[in-house]
Design a protein around this ligand. Sequence first.
Ligand SMILES: Cc1cc2nc3c(=O)[nH]c(=O)nc-3n(C[C@H](O)[C@H](O)[C@H](O)COP(=O)(O)OP(=O)(O)OC[C@H]3O[C@@H](n4cnc5c(N)ncnc54)[C@H](O)[C@@H]3O)c2cc1C
Length: 299
Amino acid sequence: MEAIGATTAFIYFLHLYTDILKPEVKERLAPEKYMPFTLIEKEQLTADTSRFRFRVNRPRFDSDQEKLVDEIIASGSWALDVKDHMVQTYRTYTPVHYWVSDKVDEKTGAREGYVDIVVKRYPHGSLSRFLHDTRVGDQVEMRGPLLTWPYKPNQYKHVYMIAGGTGIAPMYQLVDRVLNDPNDTSTKLSLLYGSQSEQDIIYKHQLDKLASEHPDRFEIVYLVDRPPFSGTATKVGNPSKQNIEKFTSRFDETNDIVLVCGPDAMLASVCGSRPINAGQGPLGGVLKELGFSTNVFKF
Ligand SMILES: Cc1cc2nc3c(=O)[nH]c(=O)nc-3n(C[C@H](O)[C@H](O)[C@H](O)COP(=O)(O)OP(=O)(O)OC[C@H]3O[C@@H](n4cnc5c(N)ncnc54)[C@H](O)[C@@H]3O)c2cc1C
């Protein structure tokens, strides 16, 4: 018995020792400090918006730090701070996809994966211009995951999402999570998504695919500022009072929630502005006029 115990202990310490001896795993997520990540793919989605894929490694060694990363990602909507090291500014972006392989790299003991962010280029936006100028192989500093909205499977009966432009990012992350989580079996999702034109709708193909795979759980209303449009499911308009009233007509205050993410003007008009780094701010705009008082979250 003692011999078995000693052998087990020896094997355990051997594993521990060899893990410690493995080279440090680079490009791993860390909420507390910026780390460089390599851009491995870049895809133009619309005239001014691209998807950026960065390599991410998940160390095998289950340190408290790795557990924290997994815990944050499992706890709800999460984002990454992306930094332009030249001018020391950062912006927060919500990954639309995060994936880690099951295969363990023999040399490092890590599993390789990637994270995708979708970013619109603004003519005067310093961070968005910096990102759009990066090339495959370049490194960009990022920090995260950072929890932006806590969510538990089946927490709400129905989640209503109102998004504008790249404000689709946190909504897409949530829809993808809910519909692909075997423990999240009953949550219904409705998306009211405003874009400038049909060509500016981000991730339409992916959203339509999820909606067609889950017709009883996920529905989308696309709105565009201006025609022409070809899709039967698209109509002209924006998240106005009339459109929101119709969209939320089945809203149940005790079981449902409304999430809003979009440009500042849209936030102000739909639910009242969100003060920078100062919580949610008072509820205002259309949702207040329609009688909403709680269960609204502004991203
Ligand atoms: C937590 C969080 C995460 C974010 N993640 C990302 C990210 O991953 N990537 C990214 O690029 N940005 C991200 N952002 C930034 C934010 O989403 C964008 O700054 C914002 O959505 C700008 O979108 P746009 O320029 O595409 O909108 P626009 O193209 O200017 O507008 C899009 C639509 O919004 C609607 N709209 C605009 N104004 C009004 C109005 N006054 N009334 C009613 N509707 C209106 C219209 O339907 C319009 O077509 C994030 C922000 C937060 C808070």
